[in-house]
Design a protein around this ligand. Structure first.
Ligand SMILES: Nc1ncnc2c1ncn2[C@@H]1O[C@H](COP(=O)(O)OP(=O)(O)OP(=O)(O)O)[C@@H](O)[C@H]1O
Length: 223
């Protein structure tokens, strides 16, 4: 099992009232799985993704990735673990505007001080995603769909075992959504587990496993 989440809850307090943004969630994924979580705005999708990505710590519960209990890691170990095991595609635009496309994609490699041919890896991802001709362009010269591909390429730079994507088709038209969802299917077919959260119902047929998040609770929609 690549990802095992059990009894996971996150309690927040707002205007003096505590509430569970994520409530007693269980989730399992194997390598190569493609899971999609749908849910309305505010249902707790981003919070769940941030918990699994080690960006937020849970109130209670366990998260194990490739056999490692991520809550047992110290800050520095968690950062290193995250950078090599997890690819994260945040909501909105997260591309650095003063770096070229190629430098944006290479960035995770340098953060991890990895061995290996960084240029070959970055260029082959850009090629796979049909944007190699934009390697030396700057983000402001790209369309929304092209930028989204750069974000996905960057998240895959360190060959993560788990790819987390938060509303990756939010601002894309139907054709670009189709192309980006195909990329995620390909990535899963190559062995990376892909976990995507969205409120875009048009994307759910791409998921091998589909869940609904409602008031912090997760339910499988697979029959
Ligand atoms: N740091 C925080 N402190 C208090 N409440 C929070 C915090 N972060 C999120 N929340 C609340 O937790 C709930 C779940 O938020 P979350 O961002 O996970 O929802 P979401 O399903 O991803 O929504 P969206 O699709 O709009 O991004 C919301 O009610 C939100 O206001």
């Amino acid at each position: 099992m690549l990802l095992e989440v059990s009894n996971l809850s996150k309690e927040y307090t707002r205007t003096n009232r505590p509430f569970f943004a994520v409530k007693d969630v269980g989730l399992k994924m194997n390598s190569g799985d493609f899971a999609i979580i749908i849910g309305r705005s505010g249902s707790g999708k981003s919070t769940l993704l941030n918990l699994i990505g080690g960006l937020v710590s849970p109130t209670v519960g366990q998260i194990s990735i490739d056999g490692c209990n991520i809550m047992s890691l110290k800050d520095r170990e968690l950062s290193a673990f995250r950078n090599s095991y997890i690819g994260y595609i945040p909501q909105g635009h997260s591309i650095l505007s003063n770096l070229s496309v190629l430098d944006n994609v290479r960035l995770p490699h340098y953060l991890q001080k990895r061995q290996g041919d960084v240029d070959k890896r970055a260029l082959s991802l850009l090629e796979q995603f049909g944007i190699a001709h934009l390697a030396n362009a700057y983000p402001q010269q790209l369309s929304g769909g092209e930028l989204r591909r750069v974000t996905i390429a960057r998240a895959l730079m360190n060959k993560p075992k788990l790819l987390l994507a938060d509303e990756p088709t939010n601002d894309l038209d139907a054709q670009t959504t189709y192309e980006v969802m195909h990329l995620f299917s390909e990535i899963a077919n190559e062995g990376t587990a892909v976990l995507l959260v969205t409120h875009d119902l048009s994307t759910i047929h791409y998921g091998k496993h589909v869940y609904r998040m409602d008031n912090g609770e997760l339910k499988s929609l697979n029959t």
